[in-house]
Design a binder for this molecule. Structure first.
Ligand code: SF4
Length: 402
């Protein structure tokens, strides 16, 4: 067990004595296949400090699927949940194959109490989105999000096959099928920010299939293993500059072309709402990961911290999901302000920023009680969005009062 925060220094009995109660899990990320058909060079599952995937089964065995379905149903019943989200994840989840996915989905739906709605989706690299696969996903009402990093040059800079060949053409074939006759399943795109890609060209390439939403992800990194070109001495804001270019293009478009999750969440919190994203604001995180071997994990992005960082030591066979709710790493992502460093606590934008993604706060020897390694970028981006929205609101007010 790590001696770093939150394993050392987070007093859970004191929190509960003070009235804090954990929020039940409502999103379950299931690694139904632990291998991948791509070899992206920035992948935090296969290229990070944590190489635990090597010792786990490829596909999630039936007994793990069955036990997981029962645990989700048990959790839904015990907490009277009205809805849960189940995300079929990997590795590359579609490697599990059409028949296995179809059976798994049937198992999850059948296990749930009738009072609980189940929203099923999958996060895929898009290469295996064939007509047959999409027909099965359509039949079972499984939403689909696809990872795409921009145009061919931008995407193929990192998202490669094991032989070094780019995957863009294959992904676009699948994506066009999804955005065509299976459009109702299309949930959106995930794009990892790469400073070597032009922000506007990237954004406009992502718009090509009319995604309902784009999720821009900052490359994972920590104070001990910084993200590419993110200076840890505080100088420069390369990621803010990249994202601000996209924000201005998105916000000032004559009509809404798509939703951009990060920007919408920031605006939402600036206007007094609650964030639905772990990476914005102080809302508790209600997500749990089940790996192919049935172990319960916190979140994959922690793999960039140190080997074993996402582990809870719990399994779907031997533990209720309520046991995971009291794991220090889970508690730390549920207590909002109480999990922020002294620097973040006194920061003027802390309620919007929320200290950044939990994984990006890690510093070897100190744990997660630090500002985000992206702190200067987050300050600049949030400040820019706030000023832009305030200017618009100020302009709108006289018109409304007429
Ligand atoms: S901007 Fe920096 S100091 Fe402020 S809350 Fe975010 S990470 Fe913390």
């Amino acid at each position: 067990m790590s001696v770093e925060w939150p394993f050392h220094g987070l007093n859970i009995p004191a929190l509960t004595a003070g009235g804090w109660r954990p929020m039940p899990f409502s999103e379950f990320v299931l690694k139904i296949h632990g291998r991948c058909n791509l070899a992206c060079d920035y992948c935090y599952v296969y290229e990070s400090a944590d190489q635990s995937w090597r010792t786990r089964p490829g596909a999630m065995p039936t007994r793990v699927l069955t036990a997981t379905a029962e645990r989700i149903a048990e959790h839904a019943r015990e907490h009277a949940l009205a809805n849960v989200a189940i995300v079929l994840h990997g590795g590359e989840p579609l490697l599990a194959g059409k028949t296995a996915i179809s059976e798994a989905v049937g198992r999850f739906r059948a296990a749930m109490p009738p009072s609980c709605d189940v929203e099923l989706s999958t996060q895929t690299n898009g290469v295996l989105l064939t007509d047959v696969m999409l027909a099965m996903l359509d039949e079972h009402d499984v939403g689909v999000s696809v990872s795409l990093d921009g145009d061919r040059d931008g995407h193929d800079r990192h998202r490669l096959r094991a032989n070094g060949r780019g995957s863009h053409a294959d992904v676009m074939r699948g994506l066009n099928r999804l955005a065509g006759s299976h459009r109702r399943l299309y949930r959106g795109l995930l794009c990892t920010v790469d400073l070597d890609n032009d922000p506007i060209r990237t954004y406009e390439a992502l718009l090509e299939t009319g995604p309902p939403r784009i999720d821009f992800l900052l490359p994972h990194g920590t104070w001990s293993a910084p993200p590419p070109r993110r200076p840890v001495d505080g100088g420069g804001t390369p990621y803010a500059d990249w994202l601000i270019a996209v924000f201005d293009r998105w916000y000032h478009a004559p009509r809404k072309e798509t939703g951009v999750r990060m920007f919408e969440e920031i605006i939402n919190v600036l206007l007094g709402g609650q964030s639905q994203s772990e990476n914005v604001g102080l809302s508790p995180v209600a997500m749990l990961v089940v790996d192919t071997d049935g172990t319960l994990q916190q979140v994959d992005s922690l793999k960039t911290s140190y080997a074993g960082a996402p582990e809870t030591g719990l399994t779907v066979f031997d533990h209720r999901f309520d046991d995971a709710l009291l794991h220090p790493g889970v508690v730390a992502r549920q207590i909002g302000l109480a999990a922020l460093s002294a620097t973040c606590t006194t920061c003027g934008i802390r309620d919007v920023c929320g200290g950044g993604a939990y994984a990006h706060r890690y510093r070897e020897g100190h744990g997660y009680l630090n500002p985000s390694v992206y702190c200067p970028d987050l300050m600049k981006l949030i400040g820019h969005i706030e000023r832009t929205v305030q200017r618009d609101l100020a302009r709108a007010q006289p018109a409304q009062s007429n």
